[in-house]
Design a protein around this ligand. Structure first.
Ligand SMILES: [Zn+2]
Length: 266
């Protein structure tokens, strides 16, 4: 298993060889937005021009062969609810998403699930027989709330997906190299996974009360707690803050930025 980079007419995206369904972790590259949103900004409510965002979606849908009228968005609030969605949830750009959810699951064909990030952890899940998928946004709060486990549970309950047969891809996010936090975030990781958090949380030498956290490691651990096999979890090694010219990084841009998406479709 490995993350590989693809380039379709200038749209650069990452995919995991482990995931059997069509999917992508998008980058900043390949869109038409300008200035702070240059170029593939998929955020419809961050101050970018609507016509540019709409064109970016057209470009993305052409590159990935996605049905433009069958996209479902998370409406992320840094919590842990995972929603089952159908074609009725297909979203029209520039309108409000009528629910809050940081994770989406579906068993419906030809329905693209999108989760948005810019440093937070994007996670895509796919049942190996191709019957159900999930797209998850896990920031530190969602990570600590075990949203990854909740997504696995939702796939099991709604679609009978067996955790041992799930494949997971943890996409580009802020790495331990750059994710410096206070004690509340460090403590939240220990609350979530107990002493195992020692592997993923380190005190920052010389900085009292500062820690660095490996969010992708914590999420991989949580997926394994939920029954996903370690060999069925692919983890991107790329840090969005180190690679801020390739990816949107909230921390690097101090919040003036676009959005990348993790997208998956059966
Ligand atoms: Zn980094």
């Amino acid at each position: 298993m490995a993350f590989v980079e693809e380039n379709k007419n200038g749209v650069v995206y990452m995919k995991s060889t482990l995931i059997p369904a069509r999917h992508a972790f998008t980058t900043r590259l390949g869109g038409v937005s300008r200035g702070a949103f240059k170029s593939l900004n998929l955020g419809a409510s961050r101050g970018d021009l609507n016509e540019h965002v709409a064109e970016n979606y057209d470009i993305l849908c052409r590159a990935l062969d996605l049905p433009r009228d069958r996209l479902v968005f998370t409406h992320q609030i840094h919590e842990c609810s995972v929603r089952r969605v159908t074609g009725a949830d297909a979203h029209t750009l520039f309108t409000d998403v009528p629910y809050d959810a940081d994770g989406l699951v579906t068993g419906e064909k030809n329905l693209a699930l999108l989760a948005f990030t810019a440093d937070c952890v994007p996670i895509l899940l796919c049942e190996e027989d191709g019957r159900a998928i999930a797209a998850v946004h896990a920031g530190w709060r969602g990570t600590a709330g075990c949203i990854a486990e909740k997504a696995v549970e939702k796939l099991r309950r709604e679609y009978g997906a067996v955790p041992e047969k799930l494949r997971a891809a943890i996409g580009p996010c802020i790495g331990k190299c750059c994710f410096e936090v206070g004690v509340e975030v460090a403590d939240a990781m220990f609350d979530a996974i107990g002493g195992s958090a020692e592997k993923y949380v380190s005190p920052k030498t010389g900085f009292d009360g500062k820690f660095t956290v490996d969010l992708r490691g914590v999420n991989a651990h949580i997926l394994q707690m939920a029954g996903v096999r370690a060999e069925n979890i692919d983890i991107s090694s790329e840090c969005t803050m180190c690679l801020h010219e390739k990816y949107w990084s909230h921390r690097y841009t101090k919040g003036i930025r676009g959005v990348q998406a993790a997208v998956i479709i059966l």
